[in-house]
Design a protein around this ligand. Sequence first.
Ligand code: ZN
Length: 186
Amino acid sequence: MGRKSLSTLQLGFCLLPYMGMRCPYCNSTDSRVTDSRPDTEDAIIRRRRVCNQCGAKFTTVERVQMRDLMVRKNSGKLEAFDREKLRRSIKLACRNRDVGDEQIEKLVTSIHRRLETETADDTVTSAMVGQMVSDSLLNLDPIAFVRFVSVYRKFSRISDFKKILAQIPADDDNANVCALPKTSLF
Ligand SMILES: [Zn+2]
């Protein structure tokens, strides 16, 4: 008695890499890990798996999450923070720009981590998220910044664009503006 034993939760966490990950091809939960490696950022581990049923190979990603964040929308409604949604909106703003998936993933991770550390009660506002994305995109790519802000702030007039363009430093004026492929117009 008195000896500490692993709780079910701890045990589940230890066994996580070895059990129950569903194969996206045949739905079997019987797969084995063939390779595990930390990502460039140490908060992620990628595991290469092989399905024991159909032989398909796939990768799972394990990510450290400090908190279960909630986002308060402008309407007052609360919803769970959705990292994928954040990634999609940044990706959309960066479409056809010279910004790689890896850069976008890093951006999402840094924003996610800032949100986790800058709130005291697990709740952030959509305005906080929007501001962090805008600030990051302004440094990364001015065109993506303008695109994101115009959607996020629901621009409806040309004057809205004029105001936001005035925030972009003049030396960014010629930065990569020809990154749209010529064939994409028609
Ligand atoms: Zn399978």
